[in-house]
Design a protein around this ligand. Structure first.
Ligand code: URP
Ligand code: ZN
Ligand code: ZN
Length: 522
């Protein structure tokens, strides 16, 4: 830690964004690039319980791992919150007791990028909130922040109402980001209402998918300016949509229609260009930025450069970019369609850069971008299936599943095989998402007063991923046949045991809506 640096005395007279930048710079000037850990303030924190009444739960003899600590202790949860942490806690026999000997005791995972029961052009994702969040729970995730969207010409508040109707079946806690499609005076006012009244404090803006979701740079700038002034986070899908559209149209016109052309028409340079552009616009708009599903070295370089300059710029990547490469598109028949997500899988050099970014803190979060479409048509119909693009890759619904396998994949590939620390593992999958998206310390850590969202994780158990055993409605896994060491044994949501080995004790509708506070920076 460094007490002061050359930027410090410039700050006093500056506005909030300049102070934020200065705080980030001060940090970069220090010996470490780890985040400051500044918590979001404060709407979401320690809200009153309402009429909650639950049995007390004791988790004993476990190894508690948070983003900063690693120690042996017992945890007592009462009324859904962590009441006491200590060694050798003694409780009466009315307390439900779980022995965590040999297990890691970690905060429930937070997945800040999902698309559940979502209309995407002419396709619709196949998981309901009920099935998707059950799958999340089996994977150790107890909080999901899902994308809802404005419909062009309508208020985003209407989009949120519709999302609430669908999200009512959630079995873990859920928050919402809003995808903005129209940026005008009324929708800018509605954004303020979303932030202040509805607890929706982050917005996704698309620089890709022209004609469907894409905004022009002026709209990006206006939405960013509004967000920055109100404690909200702007999430960007950063790819140059217009250039990519030209490449896609040319490929299709030339008869290059197999799934691999999805990857060949979305060059990494166009992800890098858009990421750089988003950062520059955000800087001018004085807003913190969060780049979603970052896959390319060029994009990471733009984020790293911004962070080195002290800008509040953040980024996530996803397990598929960390564990899979573009060779998947060469699989026979139409099988490559399973891997059609945007951005596409890249080559091993990009993958190595991402792993490096996770350890240098240029990437702060691993989310899933769970956007599930079935491979086969028969199960739920063409609307939910990749088969829409059988004769034309540009019609394959973009997106892939992953909500259930994030924690075990990152534990095995990150902690066991690449030396990521356990603390960093928790930071990337729970604590940083909570801090960035206005949920900390209610969520994302194990501390007195925090929600009793806990995962008991067996670091020794070896198992193999099989779509036939997962809980999502989707009919395939990107990671079919991958053998991993490390598995989720028990999951508690606000003190209630919802997953016990292969048994489900949760129920649809038990998830609570998370009205989030102001977003933080790291
Ligand atoms: O292919 C993807 N990622 N589909 C979901 C929509 C998005 O861009 O996040
Ligand atoms: Zn996206
Ligand atoms: Zn997405």
């Amino acid at each position: 830690m460094v007490a002061s640096c050359r930027h410090a005395d410039l700050v006093a007279a500056a506005g909030p964004y300049a102070q934020l930048v200065a705080a980030q710079r001060r940090h970069v000037c220090g010996a470490t690039r780890e985040g400051t850990g500044k918590a979001a303030s404060l709407g979401a924190i320690f809200q009153p319980d309402g009429e909650r009444q639950m049995a007390a739960v004791l988790i004993k003899n476990g190894r508690i791992v948070t983003a900063v600590d690693d120690y042996q202790a017992d945890i007592l949860i009462e009324d859904g919150r962590i009441r006491t942490i200590g060694q050798g806690l003694v409780v009466g026999n009315q307390v439900e007791t779980h022995d965590a000997s040999g297990l890691l005791v970690m905060p429930g995972g937070i997945d800040v990028h999902t698309h559940l029961d979502w209309d995407f052009g002419v396709a619709r994702t196949v998981d309901t909130f009920g099935t998707g969040t059950k799958a999340a729970a089996f994977g150790g995730t107890t909080t999901v922040i899902d994308f809802c969207n404005q419909t062009r010409g309508a208020s985003p508040l209407v989009g949120l109402e519709d999302w609430h109707r669908r999200a009512a079946s959630a079995s873990v806690d859920v928050g919402a980001h809003m995808i903005m499609l129209d940026v005008n005076d009324q929708s800018l006012t509605d954004m303020q209402t979303l932030i202040r009244r509805e607890g929706v404090t982050s917005f996704k803006l698309f620089m890709a998918y022209p004609g469907v979701l894409m905004l022009d740079d002026g709209a990006l700038f206006k939405a960013m300016r509004l967000a920055g002034g109100h404690g909200a986070m702007i999430c960007v899908h950063a790819e140059n949509g217009q250039v990519i559209q030209v490449l896609v149209e040319e490929a299709v016109a030339a008869g290059r229609v197999a799934p691999k052309y999805h990857s060949l028409t979305r060059p990494t340079s166009m992800e890098g260009e858009a990421t750089h552009r988003a950062i520059k616009i955000a800087e001018l708009a004085e807003t913190p930025l969060y780049v979603v599903h970052l896959s390319a070295r060029e994009a990471l370089a733009a984020v790293a450069e911004a962070r080195d300059a002290g800008l509040p710029v953040h980024a996530e990547t996803c397990p598929h970019y960390l564990f899979l490469t573009q060779e998947k598109y060469d699989r026979p028949e139409f099988d490559g369609a399973k891997y059609v997500m945007t951005p596409p899988l890249r080559d091993a050099n990009h993958q190595q850069a991402l792993w490096r970014g996770l350890s240098t803190n240029d990437l702060q979060v691993i989310s899933t971008d769970h956007c599930p479409f079935c491979f086969n048509e028969q199960l739920f119909g063409m609307k939910f299936s990749k088969q829409q693009g059988k004769d034309d890759f540009s019609k394959i619904p973009n997106g892939a599943p992953g909500i259930e396998t994030r924690l075990p994949l990152v534990y095995d590939g990150g902690v066991r095989q690449r030396g990521l620390s356990l603390n960093r593992f928790v930071a990337l999958t729970a604590t940083n998402p909570a801090k960035l998206f206005g949920l900390f310390p209610k969520k994302g850590t194990i501390a007195v007063g925090s929600d009793g969202d806990i995962v008991l994780f067996d670091p020794q158990d070896t198992w193999t991923i099989r779509a036939s055993e997962h809980h999502s409605r989707v009919d395939y896994s990107l990671f079919e046949g991958h053998t991993l060491t490390g598995s989720v044994k028990k999951v508690f949501l606000r003190g209630q045991l919802i997953v016990d080995g292969k048994d489900w004790h949760g129920r649809e509708g038990m998830g609570e809506f998370l009205r989030r506070g102001a977003c933080g920076t790291l």
